[in-house]
Design a protein around this ligand. Sequence first.
Ligand code: PGA
Length: 256
Amino acid sequence: MPKKIIAGNWKMFKTNPEAVRLVKQLNQKLKRSPAKKSSVVIFPPFTALSKVSDELKGSKIETGAQNLFWEEEGAYTGEVSAKMIKSTGAKWVIIGHSERRQYFKEEEKIINRKIKIALLNKLKVIFCVGETLEMREQNLTKDIVINQVEWGLKGLLPEHLKNLVIAYEPVWAIGTGKTATPKQAQEIHALIRDILVPLFNEKTSRNMTILYGGSVKPNNAAGLFAQKDIDGALVGGACLKADSFYRIIKAGEKSF
Ligand code: PGA
């Protein structure tokens, strides 16, 4: 059975005091009523990563970074390495998010390098894939997703994938309030699971955690989580308030 995960991507929100306030509220809620069926991971901005990780010491909530650089270290002004991320206490990193693809021109080869350096440094990876509206309208969704998965995971072995989860995030659903229907999401999740068999093996495919992302909210989470191949969510907007993120975690408790 794939591990269930509810992840919250804070994007470029929250100053340090705001970050600490949010994580305290979330932690309190989860202390009172812990998530038993899923793991909770949050992705604050780099600037708050140490503080938030410290705040969560002793709790079950894990932390991660929203990006990293593909080299171990060097003269790369403004970039952040896997080791720096690990030294904050974070265990995870998001790679290939559509906003990085779109605004920072990150393409498949870069994403593949980032995944490799993260795994080499024992950071767990959320690897994001997904089509734009244009691609969907041209009926290219499946080709695009297959291509992104193949490229992103090039050169990896089945054992590497134990520390990687895939997030299917249709770009047209991110931050737009337009969620994919459970059926639309399930179709692509099943496709991703299918293509992992020839690329790796049956077991890797069966055990792969595949998250859905794109306007997941407390009122639509349960329908998504009820799908066979949806193993949790990567939440954006709705994770910026403790209450709505917590309600999504609770939807997982009921559905998984
Ligand atoms: P959203 O973001 O929930 O605000 O649509 C999801 C994501 O970008 O991971």
